[in-house]
Design a protein around this ligand. Structure first.
Ligand code: THU
Length: 138
């Protein structure tokens, strides 16, 4: 996995964030197990609640094109698209963690401030005792 490339693509995707209300811009780049990358940005809405996060944009793009097996997702974000200097990383929010959980608790979440400054957690790390597909098994 080329982590720097994934982070670069997430940073580039952040440019497309549609954020007239919060001006908080987020970019995501999702790597499939087959080696494809799907990017996403957050897309806000005047009615607020229809707003979709960058992570889910990327996931839904991938699933809608037949990809459901994921290796990792890089996430970057900040006010006005400015990445934080250090220590403080963006997302994913609880809803996006739940959506990731649907596709695998071992997906790596790369939270980045730059191509050099990032940390990696799995979905399971960030979503302890989550509800998932296994709970629906009879
Ligand atoms: N946002 C994301 O895109 N991903 C996250 O993980 C956290 C929040 C977006 C939603 C909204 O457009 C803005 O950031 C402020 O909450």
């Amino acid at each position: 996995m080329d982590i720097r490339d994934l982070i670069e693509k997430a940073i580039a995707a952040m440019d497309f964030a549609y954020t007239p209300y919060s001006n908080f811009k987020v970019g995501a780049a999702l790597l499939t197990k087959s080696g494809k990358i799907f990017t996403g940005c957050n897309i806000e809405n005047a009615a607020y609640s229809p707003t979709v996060c960058a992570e889910r944009t990327a996931i839904f793009k991938a699933v809608s094109e037949g990809e459901t097996e994921f290796e990792a997702i890089a996430v970057v974000g900040g006010p006005n698209g400015e990445l934080k200097e250090t220590g403080d990383f963006t997302g994913p929010c609880g809803v996006c963690r739940q959506v990731l959980m649907e596709f695998g608790s071992d997906i790596k979440i790369i939270s980045a401030n730059s191509v050099d400054e990032y940390f990696i957690n799995t979905v399971a790390d960030l979503t302890p005792k989550a509800f998932g597909p296994a709970n629906l098994a009879e």
